[in-house]
Design a protein around this ligand. Structure first.
Ligand code: KIV
Ligand code: NA
Length: 264
């Protein structure tokens, strides 16, 4: 079994082949998605909401994410493991970004992701110069939600040029791919044509080179109203809770365990 490399994802774009990325934060989902042929897994700072129970991604730390990256790396054979740099761990400058990225690479990541376009070009360059592949992330960047005024679509009207400039800056700084989050479909399509590296859309329409979703959203592990860009492919929460209820019912009724689960 061969590891997916960043160049394979770039070559897929050249061939016009689309691919899917999912988040993963633990052994079982990592192994299942790896076996399913998902070529890239992201240990997102979305672990803040989806693992640690924080209100926003701003609260999660490098120390909290490193063990999750190690677990995913240990549990996969084929997928490219991408570690998200959390809020506060790279903005100060290239030296801080490099120090943080090295921690994730030593934990088993094959690449890192960070938010920001033109304003993060120096960080992206420093990491790629150090041999660390970088996935950019532009458009709506959740770590800046307080500056951006909440979850808002980017690239409408005048800001289209801003998002395009960010995409070019990220590509020119040496990134191997770039996430476009909540960008209008037309701007995402235009960027996808303009840059040579794959675009990975989330809420960015059908024309990006790849798509990414948080696995708990994709599989219906998280309940409640999901954002418009989510499609649910299963109802895992219902299945899991149903199993827990059936187990508890059996115990209360005295129908588990039986002789077949017992020792003489
Ligand atoms: O943290 C995350 O899950 C992400 C993806 C949704 C792109 O950044
Ligand atoms: Na993220």
């Amino acid at each position: 079994v061969k590891r997916v490399r960043t160049r394979h994802l770039i070559e897929a774009k050249e061939r016009g082949e689309k691919w899917a990325m999912l988040t993963s934060y633990d052994m079982y989902t990592a192994a299942l998605f790896d076996e399913a042929g998902i070529p890239a897994l992201l240990i997102g700072d979305s672990a803040a909401n989806n693992v640690y129970g924080y209100e926003t991604t701003l609260q999660v730390s490098v120390d909290e994410l490193v063990p999750l990256v190690a677990a995913v790396a240990r549990s996969t054979m084929r997928t490219l493991v991408v570690a998200d740099l959390p809020f506060g761990s790279y903005e100060a400058g290239p030296a801080q970004a490099l120090e943080t990225a090295v921690r994730f690479m030593k934990a088993g990541a094959h690449a890192v992701k960070l938010e920001g376009g033109r304003r993060m070009a120096a960080q992206i360059r420093a990491l790629t110069d150090a041999g660390i592949p970088v996935m950019g992330h532009i458009g709506f960047t959740p770590q800046s939600e307080n500056m951006l005024g909440g979850y808002r679509v980017q690239g409408r009207d005048a800001s289209a040029a801003e998002v395009e400039a960010d995409a070019h800056a990220v590509a020119e700084a040496g990134a191997f791919a770039v996430v476009l989050e909540m960008v209008t479909a037309s701007v995402a399509a235009e960027i996808t044509k303009q840059i040579a590296i794959p675009t990975v859309g989330i809420g960015a329409g059908p024309d990006t080179d790849a798509q990414v979703l948080v696995w708990q959203d994709m599989a219906g592990m998280r309940r409640g109203r999901a954002p418009r860009f989510v499609k649910r492919y299963a109802e895992v929460a219902d299945v899991l809770q149903g199993a827990a209820k059936a187990f508890a019912d059996d115990v209360r009724a005295g129908s588990f365990p039986t002789a077949e689960h017992s020792f003489d």
